[in-house]
Ligand binder design. Structure first.
Ligand SMILES: O=C(O)CCC(=O)C(=O)O
Ligand SMILES: [Fe+2]
Length: 521
């Protein structure tokens, strides 16, 4: 297999939900570990308290007998050695095992890049479904209220991430949500002891955001509020003084023209929610039983829903049984790896984790196990295409806000087409589970959003009847809002399908095909 860049060997917890169980177990261990630490500390404190009691008793005896030789001898002996013994005892470290445990587990904990992935997932999720920050913070996701919410520390971390990535208005939204969450939760003394006052930190971040937005008045105000909450914080104070100085020297200078902002939402289209779907231009209702692309289908036809004719897009129902889906999911879990993207220009031997698709995946050949054998057989029957000329099954799991930015699946350009290199004539997407919210496959040019349904398959042609690629097959794997999305993709090659789907002049000649477009007759 391809060599992996050092950077990409990491676990990447946010890219799939399969590792969340591991995290929960780890979190549980770490909590008990903290409990053990507290237990050893209490034992030490108990010994000390017992010691104090003994020492006091002895002290009274010395007072009584200090001029008697036994008394003075004993006092000198006691003071010469006992207090040093106590010093040794106090110095003896407590909870070394527990500290060592934390050290040993450090590398397994989510790292900076995991938090980065998670925060970006949340940002893109919010942008795609146009969710208000306060709604998200209070557990209202795209119209569905969940019984959970984000704490102010979560909001603050999100704001800091957005500030770093220069999403300033978004960062401001999260600070306000953080202040609200803080006021909702009331006074949190315990956590404050650990981290310092949260509210000061929220206003300080607000100050930075305002400063970067050239709103100096707002920035000064935010810093003043931060100092009210934490008057003795020298760092905040220094930042405030620097800002004051900057504002003085800047006054009179016109602010620079704003640069045009590049928006990345276009890669995740606005209609992932499926709410802007228009009535499709189909002249009749196309729900048919396919019994024509394979002899066996006469006994067991495949329920086929035609969504678009050019390009030809269909949903094939009941293609994967519950058992097959479960087997494929369970056998892939151990092998999933952060997804990469195929590119003709990328160095062949390099694997790089993609930012345009956040999922984990693994490739299985057709004969990997009974389930893959069975579904490739069924796909051959349902599509009328030859499964010998296909790529492997790619099993994918999307994690928090997991998405696949808008793209086409073909590999070749018009210049490189028809010179002996294969391309992907069709794409098949097997949905292995229902996704409670989000995670649709969206075609922006066709105004079509297909939501995952366990066992169904989305199938479309990327190439037209003459073998050229069709740009309106552009599609997006929309961010998962809630749940986990398991899909298998399988790309079918053009080379090898010449007899199944020969070139035809136009759609009126579909009768000459042996593939599923025959259903259009
Ligand atoms: O997950 C999806 O809905 C889309 C996947 C996809 O576009 C692909 O695998 O090429
Ligand atoms: Fe795709």
């Amino acid at each position: 297999s391809a060599p992996v860049l050092e950077e990409d060997k990491k676990q990447r917890y946010s890219r799939s939900v399969v590792t969340m169980d591991e995290l929960l177990v780890l979190d549980d261990y770490l909590t008990s570990n903290l409990g053990n630490f507290a237990e050893w500390l209490s034992r030490k404190a108990k010994t000390i308290r017992w010691g104090i009691y003994q020492m006091k008793k002895r002290h009274l005896a010395y007072r009584k007998h200090v001029f008697n030789p036994f008394g003075s001898y004993s006092l000198i002996r006691h003071m010469q050695s006992d207090w040093l013994m106590w010093q040794l005892f106090l110095e003896k470290p407590v909870g070394q095992d527990q500290l060592a445990y934390i050290e040993s587990i450090k590398s397994k904990l989510p790292q900076d890049h995991d938090f980065f992935d998670a925060a970006e997932g949340l940002r893109k999720l919010q942008a795609t479904y146009m969710m208000a920050t306060n709604d998200v913070a209070k557990g209202l996701l795209d119209g569905v209220q969940y019984n959970s919410s984000l704490a102010s520390i979560d909001c603050l971390a999100m704001a800091k991430h957005l500030l770093n990535e220069w999403w300033l208005p978004e960062a401001e939204g999260w600070i306000l949500a953080g202040i609200e969450a803080h006021d909702r939760a009331g006074y949190q003394t315990e956590m404050q002891g650990l981290r310092g006052p949260l509210k000061a930190e929220l206003y300080r971040t607000q100050g930075k955001v305002q400063k970067d937005q050239e709103n100096h008045k707002g920035a000064l105000q935010a810093y003043q509020t931060a100092l009210q909450h934490s008057p003795h914080d020298s760092e905040i104070f220094m930042e405030y003084r620097n800002l004051e100085r900057r504002v003085l020297t800047l006054s009179g200078i016109e602010p620079e023209e704003e640069e045009e902002e590049v928006d990345d939402i276009q890669f995740l289209p606005a209609c992932c929610s499926g709410r802007c779907e228009v009535v499709r231009q189909l002249r009749r209702l196309y729900c048919v039983y396919n019994h024509v692309t394979a002899p066996f289908l006469r006994l067991s036809p495949i329920k086929t829903e035609i969504l678009s004719i050019e390009p030809f897009v269909v949903i094939l129902h009941d293609m994967v049984s519950k058992k097959e889906g479960a087997l494929i999911r369970s056998s892939s879990k151990m092998h999933l790896f952060p997804s990469a993207i195929a590119s003709v220009d990328a160095p062949k031997d390099e694997y790089q984790v993609a930012s345009s698709r956040t999922s984990k995946s693994v490739w299985f050949p057709n004969d990997f196990n009974n389930a893959t054998l069975k579904i490739s057989e069924r796909l051959e029957e349902a599509t009328g295409l030859d499964m010998f000329h296909t790529e492997y099954f790619q099993i994918m799991n999307y994690g928090l806000g997991g998405y696949f930015e808008t793209h086409i699946d073909t590999l070749l350009s018009n210049e490189t087409r028809f010179n002996g290199t294969r391309d992907r004539i069709a794409t098949t997407l097997f949905y292995l589970n229902d996704v409670p919210q989000g995670g649709g496959t969206h075609f922006p040019k066709l105004n079509l959003t297909v939501f995952p349904k366990a066992g169904s398959v989305l199938f479309w042609y990327n190439l037209d009847f003459k073998g050229n690629d069709v740009m309106n097959t552009l599609h997006t794997g929309c961010p998962v809002i809630v749940g986990s999305k398991w899909v298998i993709s399988k790309w079918i090659s053009d080379m090898g399908q010449e007899l199944k789907r020969p070139c035809i002049e136009s759609i009126s000649n579909v009768k000459y095909l042996n593939s599923a477009e025959k259903l259009l007759i």
